[in-house]
Design a binder for this molecule. Structure first.
Ligand code: MG
Length: 251
């Protein structure tokens, strides 16, 4: 069952989305060489709480922080801590906010100072993949068209998508149906969903500049590329509207 949101639920999600956007802005403003991933988590936590919401991630499935902070070869679900950011790194910050009983969720990958040209390209390809996915969101559209748009674009750029992790419905829970896949196997026929006004979900491509295989570190959370190639992750929360799509986590 996919929960369609009421006007008032959408208004709360809009507020939650604004809070996520502001928290990510605050994290971005704090990013520079010498800062730790734990510092960024504190910035996000303070921003979310300071705006009257609570961090969706803290304690969810046992996650110990308010933001997932993933550096370079770390893809998603990085546990913030003592890792120090250095010039030329990239850092993905993923955060959720719960406001009046409803969640929003967003992520962005930021350069730390000047990054290599191929790293810049990884960020551009991943952000463009997110926007191409979003361009498919409309009432009566098919959710798998989001997947196809992302996959065709990223693979056409010679990069790989992470296969095991994907976008998700959200609302009263952070993770609801439907799944919003970034990748499907050729010839497979995964469940498709027709989009309807009031549906809310994330789109969140994760792109690796190397092979697609991943593993989870012994900390039970941090997902890393097997070949340790760098990766990027861009995510927005969206609502299907009568006329198209609203980005709830727009900066
Ligand atoms: Mg998400």
């Amino acid at each position: 069952m996919i929960a369609l949101k009421s006007k008032s639920e959408l208004e709360s999600m809009r507020q939650a989305g604004r809070i996520v956007a502001l928290a990510l802005d605050a994290a971005q403003a704090a990013i520079r060489p010498g800062v730790t991933t734990g510092d960024l988590d504190r910035v996000v936590d303070e921003a979310i709480r300071g705006l009257g919401a609570s961090p969706s991630f803290k304690g969810l499935y046992g996650f110990p922080a308010s933001a997932c902070v993933s550096v370079n070869e770390e893809i998603v679900h990085g546990i913030p801590g003592r890792r120090v950011l250095r010039e030329g790194d990239i850092v993905s910050v993923d955060a959720g906010a719960l406001y009046k009983g409803l969640h929003a969720d967003g992520a962005w990958t930021y350069p730390v100072g000047e990054v290599a040209l191929e790293t810049r390209r990884l960020l551009e390809v991943t952000e463009t993949a997110l926007m191409r996915g979003i361009a498919q969101v409309r009432p009566d559209g098919w959710l798998l068209d989001v997947t196809v748009a992302i996959q065709e674009y990223v693979e056409g750029q010679g990069m790989n998508l992470v296969r095991q992790y994907h976008g998700h419905g959200l609302g009263r829970k952070l993770h609801e149906t439907p799944d919003v896949l970034n990748w499907v196997a050729k010839g497979s026929r995964p469940r498709n969903v027709r989009m309807k006004p009031g549906m809310t979900f994330t789109i969140e491509p994760m792109v690796i500049a190397g092979g697609w295989e991943t593993y989870v570190k012994p900390d039970h959370w941090t997902v890393v590329a097997v070949d340790r190639a760098w990766s990027a992750h861009f995510e927005h929360s969206l609502a299907v509207t009568e006329s198209g799509c609203e980005i709830l986590t727009q900066r």
